[in-house]
Ligand binder design. Structure first.
Ligand code: FAD
Length: 329
């Protein structure tokens, strides 16, 4: 229908990913601006998952347990079938490894405009000063967050792949099931791509995404031996140590501790950034922390633009004093 918005639900190991709810929240707002309904496409999901998508007016399911593992070929064909059946004005897909496959293939096959690296999307008369036209715009984060670009996607149909963490997930959660549910048969595919097995990352010693307090270290720590200084502070604070990518690349911390674009996204209550410059790729992973405290010897370091509290200090002095103060309590 005219202003409908379709959100692709993402799931793994039988659970919906948080990004699905972020997209539903964004999609709900966009559908309101375009005067349409919000539809969720659930490919290879369960009835239980469909019931969690109550923020959508309609959930269209394709395939069941037989399609629960992601396969770009069969899931791509299923998404095309939903788009053919519902003709949405905008399709919102997560910018994840799964979503990247789906979004770009859909855009090419259907000749739809595609904005990737999306952080926001808007529609309706408010974005066209001329008035009357219900254009759709998407904001994308380019060059690792150094630049925001607003793309005019015309009247659609269009695809926007959205970076995880761009919108609050709570806005897309609803108490009850969706008002309506439909199923479509899974289209036959040539079977060029087969799912063999899910290779899980090695179990991490600590799940940094579940910590209240993180002591995060960057290249300013100087050497592998000095990581110990941060570990002592973390122990005193009952926190975990995380790090920027150069430390992981150097083998000073395990990959499971990496925060950022190519690492994990964290939102602890407190993020203590020690000797981290604040590159966009790092900020992407920690900007939603409730309180960010930065310690850096360079007062021009970009991390100070994001920190709630900042100290132009040597991190070793701060670590020593803080650890002692906590231990003396
Ligand atoms: C595609 C791509 C993906 C990436 N993904 C990630 C990612 O997931 N996570 C990530 O972190 N990076 C990532 N990066 C790398 C990113 O661009 C930066 O290079 C990296 O974040 C910089 O790490 P850093 O802040 O530790 O080091 P630096 O930029 O070298 O900063 C070190 C800081 O320490 C300060 N300092 C030095 N000594 C002291 C001291 N004694 N006390 C206090 N401060 C001190 C310096 O003033 C400086 O600001 C990615 C890059 C690309 C291109």
């Amino acid at each position: 229908m005219a202003g409908d918005v379709l959100v692709v639900a993402e799931h793994l190991r039988g659970e919906l990913d948080d990004v699905t709810f972020e997209l539903l929240g964004m999609g709900r707002e966009l559908a309101g601006q375009l005067g349409g309904s919000l539809i969720a496409a659930l490919i290879g999901g369960s009835g239980e998952m469909a019931d969690q998508l109550g923020a959508a007016d309609l959930v269209v399911s394709v395939g069941g347990a037989d399609m629960s593992d992601f396969n770009p070929e069969s899931h791509g064909a299923a998404l095309e079938a939903v788009v053919d059946a519902k003709s949405p004005r905008a399709v919102l897909v997560s910018y994840t490894s799964m979503g990247m496959d789906l979004a770009s293939t859909l855009a090419v096959k259907k000749g739809m405009a595609h904005a990737a690296f999306g952080t926001a999307v808007a529609g309706g008369e408010n974005v066209t000063p001329e008035g009357g036209k219900r254009n759709i715009t998407a904001t994308s984060q380019l060059y690792g967050g150094k630049m925001d670009v607003v793309s005019d996607l015309g009247d659609g149909p269009c695809v926007v792949s959205v970076l995880a963490g761009s919108a609050p997930a709570d806005a897309g959660r609803a108490d009850g099931p969706p008002a309506a549910k439909e199923s479509l048969p899974a289209p036959a595919t040539a079977g060029h791509v087969r799912f063999k097995r899910l290779i899980e990352p090695e179990a991490g010693d600590v799940d940094i995404t579940a910590q209240d307090v993180l002591v995060a270290i960057g290249r300013g720590i100087g050497s592998k031996d000095d990581v110990e200084v941060a570990e002592e502070l973390a122990e005193a604070l009952d926190a975990a140590v995380a790090g920027s990518r150069p430390l992981i690349d150097a083998g000073w911390l395990p990959k499971t501790r990496q925060v950022g674009k190519s690492g994990l996204k964290v939102s602890p209550k407190v993020y203590l950034a020690l000797g981290i410059s604040g590159a966009p790729e790092h900020i992407e992973g920690m900007k939603s922390a409730a309180t960010i405290i930065a310690v850096n010897t360079d007062e021009q370091a970009p991390i100070f633009n994001f920190a709630h509290y900042g100290m132009k200090e040597d991190l070793f002095d701060v670590c020593e004093e803080l650890t002692e103060a906590i231990e003396d309590r």
